[in-house]
Design a protein around this ligand. Structure first.
Ligand code: COA
Ligand code: AMP
Length: 627
């Protein structure tokens, strides 16, 4: 039987450009595109070339103009701050226009970069939309990164301005953003011209005279600024993500293709209408937050929920169900790790009894593969479909999913569903040959990538080609391994590089190794992602000390943990460095990280025949059992 999904996928296959042109009609364009897809532009081509629009206009002003100004655009629910706030489309448009005016008055214009380093407050979304309004390019940096990481991003993006806040709120502590911002600016060779700082009631930051201004005061004084039409191919934002080295990749998102893909995805994948409340329980610092806390729901005209809290502990494991019930959430989108955290505290979902979830129709998951037991547990207890869907910072929206818009099919537990229309997905061997169904290999997307996917890396088409396009000519290498089964379901099993996923957060073990190697006592090291029942993976370091170092090993291990926290940030969740006499290597000197990881996960090491000294694995096993 042909399903609505099969039909949509076949329609897209038959006429890819026409399919996306049809999707683009859901938005307002100030100038129509010349070509739906121009293969001559950029690293592999660009969507909607010649077209002009403004993403902020499409997300806000056009809904107000259509008479929906009184509709709630954003609900801020902050158990962390003990506050809630509902902001209508008219109010949000006004606030964003004022913030845009404040930026313009200080000289920010089209193409200028603005770094946003903020906790989960409405002003973070306002700052993003204000940039979009004036054609400036925002780059949001997650609050859990430390000052040196922020500095790297400031240095690479060279922003005219930084928008930040006095503090974020983590359980049991206030995270002071301003000293970290000051340190980052001091570390960076590039200095922003000015900073706008949100002074939160729980902590007033000291402003640097001549550079910093109070964000809310600046907005109050500003003349509201209208939307500026920009090229569909102009960058909307840069979002830095972990690569395999210490230098983060500046993933660029365009305006037109992204807006079209997100707008279509809201109905096609999530199956919501403009009358629905949509909640993505992520952080604006991640791609999921960009796409589905801010842009996606607002482009469709939904109510989006912004939550400053945790799945557990703010105040209890019923927090998610409380938010869903209180705000009438239709679709919830979170990370599997959040479900595992809830399950640990409330295995029978006893808290559900206190909340009316009748409006909730589906739970979507992403960020890491959802382990089948968690998916099955959640579906059984909630009585709602649980839909895992696979995507990456680079793609900006799902590669594979279950589709409520096509009559829901929740993928089999452990599977990421079927390819979204727009993606021709295949599994390749290491030489780029396509593998038959049911065989594991490299998941790759045939070019061109659909609208919404990153057209390039910041200021470097070449780096983009090297990272994603050169291994398998004609294909985009996802960096994920997996298979497509006989029914067409896609199973994503893990990365093929040294990127790990810790609580749904993408981190580079290579970067952590660079940091550990910077310690004066360290000769060499290896960091692996060990399986973790809550966070999916946690980083674990193995360190060989320089000859002659005779300091207390426990003390050195503690210093290494502090070093990663100071250089990369608490988000790395790096808590263990084990000191070993040597690392297992091949005869050519390559560290056998996969064997170390298997040992850490309690499996046989299965070293390759090229191992130099098998006894080195015993040292690893001994360190693990002593830890
Ligand atoms: N600002 C500053 N610090 C932050 C931060 C932020 N925005 N976010 C996290 N941190 C800190 C935490 O306080 C913690 O610090 P600690 O080591 O001093 O305790 C550290 O970074 C690790 O945070 P986290 O990974 O969130 O672990 P946790 O133990 O605090 O919470 C979970 C565990 C599972 C509840 C939490 O990871 C979670 O909610 N995950 C969902 C993730 C998600 O939505 N990802 C989006 C991808 S779809
Ligand atoms: P990020 O760029 O931070 O969104 O991380 C992207 C990576 O997370 C992907 O390349 C995958 O390795 C992993 N990932 C995200 N969602 C899923 C999923 N639903 N199933 C399996 N892996 C996922």
């Amino acid at each position: 039987m042909t399903t609505a999904y099969d039909q949509a996928y076949a329609d897209w296959t038959a006429n890819p450009s026409g399919w996306w042109e049809d999707a683009a009609k859901g938005l307002e364009w100030s100038k129509p595109w010349d070509r739906a897809f121009d293969p001559a532009l950029g690293a592999f081509g660009q969507w909607f070339a010649g077209g002009e629009l403004n993403v902020c206009h499409n997300a806000l002003d056009r809904h107000v103009a259509a008479g929906r100004g009184e509709r709630t655009a954003l609900i801020w629910d902050s158990p962390a701050a003990g506050t809630q706030r509902r902001i209508s489309y008219a109010e949000l448009t006004d606030a964003v226009a004022r913030l845009a005016g404040a930026l313009v008055a200080r000289g920010v214009g089209r193409g200028d970069r603005v770094v946003i380093y903020m906790p989960m407050v409405p002003e973070a979304a306002m700052a993003m939309l204000a940039c979009a309004r004036i054609g400036a390019i925002h780059s949001v940096v997650f609050g859990g990164f430390a000052a040196p990481e922020l500095a790297k991003r400031i240095e690479d993006a060279r922003p005219v301005a930084v928008i930040s806040a006095s503090c974020g709120i983590e359980p049991g502590r206030l995270v002071q953003y301003k000293p970290m911002l000051d340190e980052a600016i001091a570390l960076s060779a590039h200095k922003p011209e000015f900073c706008l700082i949100l002074q939160r009631p729980m902590l007033q930051a000291e402003l640097t005279p001549g550079r910093d201004a109070d964000l809310l005061a600046a907005m109050a004084e500003a003349t509201p600024c209208a939307c500026v039409p920009v090229a569909a191919t102009d960058p909307l934002y840069i979002l830095y993500t972990s690569g395999t080295t210490g230098k983060p990749k500046g993933v660029v998102r365009d305006c037109g293709g992204y807006a079209v893909a997100l707008h279509r995805s809201m109905t096609m994948i999530y199956g919501v209408t403009p009358d629905d409340v949509y909640w993505c329980a992520s952080d604006v610092g991640w791609v999921v937050g960009h796409s589905y806390i801010v842009y996606g729901p607002l482009l469709l005209g939904c109510t989006t929920v912004m939550y400053e809290g945790k799945p557990v502990g703010t105040p209890d494991a019923g927090a998610f169900w409380r938010v869903c019930a209180e705000h009438g959430v239709r679709v919830l989108f979170t990370a599997p790790t959040a479900l595992r955290a809830i399950r640990q505290r409330d295995p029978e979902l006893g808290f559900l009894a206190q909340h009316d979830l009748s409006k909730l129709e589906a739970l979507f998951l992403a960020g890491e593969r959802c382990d089948p037991p968690t998916a099955i547990w959640a579906a059984a207890h909630l009585g709602k479909p649980v839909v895992d869907h696979w995507w990456q910072t680079e793609t900006g929206w799902a590669i594979t999913a279950g589709f409520r818009g096509f009559g829901l099919f929740a993928p089999a537990p452990g599977s990421g569903g079927r390819p979204c229309p727009g993606y021709h997905l295949s599994v390749l061997d290491d030489h780029g040959a396509e593998l038959p169904r049911g065989t594991q290999g490299n998941l790759a997307i045939r070019l061109p990538l659909p609208p919404g996917c990153a057209p390039t890396l910041w200021e470097s088409d070449d780096a983009y080609r090297r990272s994603y396009l050169s291994d398998f000519p004609g294909w985009y290498r996802t960096g994920d391994a997996g298979e497509i089964d006989a029914t067409g379901d896609v199973w994503v099993m893990g990365r093929t590089d040294d990127i790990i996923n810790v609580a749904g957060h993408r981190l580079s073990t290579g970067q952590m190794e660079e940091i550990l190697s910077g310690h004066p006592d360290v000769a060499e090291c290896a960091v692996i992602g060990a399986a973790d029942s809550l966070k999916g993976q946690t980083p674990l370091g193995f360190v060989v000390l320089k000859a002659g170092v005779d300091r207390n090993e426990a003390e050195i291990a503690r210093e290494l943990v502090v070093l990663v926290r100071e250089k990369l940030g608490p988000v790395a969740a790096f808590k263990d460095a084990l000191i070993v006499p040597r690392l297992p290597k091949t005869r050519s000197g390559k560290i056998l990280r996969a064997s170390i990881r298997r040992l850490a996960d309690g499996q046989p090491a299965n070293p390759p025949p090229t191992i130099d000294d098998p006894a080195a694995l015993d040292d690893i096993a001994q360190a693990l059992s002593a830890a």
